[in-house]
Design a protein around this ligand. Structure first.
Ligand code: GTP
Ligand code: MG
Length: 273
């Protein structure tokens, strides 16, 4: 009896969790996991075929966490293999390559695929998401800056880390935050604590800033049709100004977006009779 008691206590403190990696092919999902688990980097691209599975043990506070890692293939070809593995995940690594805008833009469709495959089980509030802006070592080819990535992640309540599987930058900090949040969530009855990644701005503000950054001209920026009237331009401007005014909006990039909106309105009004 006596010898069993500490064992039972230990069991109570141990946790078993499932995490998955998602993101376009070649963004570095497998390398991030390899860097963390094996402390090495492989420069040659070895595409994941369907799925790779591994187990690692980590310590979070007084708990031992057994982590089952399902490293997904990003290639569309493997959709049929991937879709079996979304269910019952407590954590998701969402990875993009900071040098490839399409890999960043694809994050929404990765979330979409996940929701679709989880079906009625889809409770995204019971999953910890970490966004990895990967390959930050390749500074010259970077096209998605930190503000844009952080905004996308934090407006959804996700963590954001800048990582390099090549140099190791950000990798252990990212995994530490990931596992610690998953543990907090499990201790919180399976609900992601809201305060943890509370950011003080709304998803509408974040999405608007992103839309403004990606707009193709001043009409598009204000969200009006080409040829709109002065009243329509001013109405759209006022709405955006209220949403993004730097006194009211703390989202990263709001000041630049606000200035861009002011300039867009000025240039449009110059040409409208
Ligand atoms: P799939 O398995 O096809 O979905 O790809 P993946 O996302 O697992 O990519 P993988 O980890 O295999 O890496 C793809 C390529 O990018 C490889 O050539 C890696 O060496 C390289 N790579 C990964 N991470 C980094 C990084 O942080 N910096 C640099 N410079 N290269 C990286
Ligand atoms: Mg891979």
């Amino acid at each position: 009896m006596e010898t069993n008691a500490p064992k039972r206590r230990d069991n109570k403190k141990s946790l078993r969790v499932k995490v998955i990696s998602l993101g376009n092919a070649e963004v570095g999902k497998s390398c991030i996991i390899k860097r963390y688990c094996e402390k090495r980097f492989v420069p040659k691209y070895l595409a994941t075929i369907g799925i790779d599975y591994g187990v690692t043990k980590v310590q979070v506070r007084d708990r031992e966490i057994k982590v089952n890692i399902f490293d997904m293939a990003g290639h569309p070809f493997f959709y049929e293999v991937r879709n079996e593995f979304y269910k019952d995940s407590q954590g998701v690594l969402l990875v993009y390559d900071v040098g490839l805008r399409e890999s960043f833009d694809a994050l929404d469709s990765w979330l979409g695929e996940m929701k679709q495959e989880m079906g009625s089980q889809a409770n995204m509030d019971s999953i910890v998401f970490v966004v990895c802006a990967n390959k930050v070592d390749l500074t010259k080819r970077r096209v998605v800056d930190e503000g844009e990535g952080r905004l996308w992640a934090e407006s959804r309540g996700f963590h954001y880390f800048e990582t390099s599987a090549q140099s190791g930058e950000g990798i252990s900090e990212m995994f530490q935050a990931f596992f610690s949040s998953i543990t907090d969530m499990c201790e919180n009855g399976g609900k992601r604590p809201v305060s943890e990644v509370s950011v003080g701005f709304t998803k509408e503000q974040a999405d608007t800033i992103r839309r403004i950054r990606n707009s193709k001209d001043s009409w598009d920026m204000l969200g009006v049709k080409p040829g709109a009237t002065r009243e329509e331009v001013n109405k759209a401007y006022r709405k955006l100004a209220v949403l993004l005014h730097p006194d009211k909006c703390v989202a990263p990039g709001s000041e630049d977006a606000f200035k861009a909106v002011v300039n867009a309105r000025t240039s449009l009004l110059k040409n409208i009779k």
